[in-house]
Design a protein around this ligand. Structure first.
Ligand SMILES: [Fe+2]
Length: 182
């Protein structure tokens, strides 16, 4: 059984430590060890399909969400301006990492996350995600801040490659456009 309230409480305790992301990584490792139990725990809490509906908690210190991606989903390039820990428990999440040193995003790495894999993002990580399989992917994402309102976040326009201020509905629109092209 996975108790998401306990998970959130443990994450809040982790925030008091010197290296919250490392502590959260261990907590994520524990909950993704039983994918069926974690999925059932999310299913009991999630109220809809939007990102906000999939958030178990969302405040200035912490955001915990289930990110479930349908087959072929592609996000635009974006940053978070806070650390994050991603733990995949169903399907696969392909992460590409970028540098913006030259103005336009330039890919500098990639990581294919499979069930049981964990990826840590630092505050300056720029990435895009893709579900490469014909089945859904599901992951628990923990962010060290407010994923919706964090100041200074960017999304790169997939048509012009220009950097734009992050806005959650614009990210959703770009995701829809990119996924339909896939
Ligand atoms: Fe992201």
């Amino acid at each position: 059984m996975v108790d998401l309230d306990k998970f959130v409480a443990d994450c809040r305790e982790a925030l008091k430590t010197r290296d919250p992301a490392s502590v959260v990584e261990k907590l994520v490792q524990d909950v993704i060890a039983d994918p069926a139990a974690l999925d059932a725990a999310f299913a009991a809490r999630i109220t809809g399909t939007s990102l906000q509906d999939r958030m178990i908690c969302n405040d200035e210190e912490l955001t915990v969400a289930q990110i479930a991606a349908p087959p072929g989903l592609r996000s635009p390039v974006h940053n978070h301006c806070m650390w994050a820990v991603i733990g995949v428990y169903d399907g696969q999440e392909h992460n590409r990492f970028f540098s913006d040193a030259g103005g336009e995003p330039e890919q500098i790495g990639e990581q294919l996350l499979k069930v049981g894999d964990i990826c840590r993002l630092t505050a300056d990580t720029i990435h895009a995600i893709h579900n490469p399989l014909p089945t859904r992917s599901a992951a628990i994402h923990v962010y060290g801040g407010n994923l919706v309102t964090r100041e200074g976040r960017s999304v790169w326009n997939p048509h012009s490659n220009e950097r734009e201020d992050y806005e959650i509905n614009q990210l959703s629109r770009y995701t829809k456009e990119l996924s339909e092209l896939a």
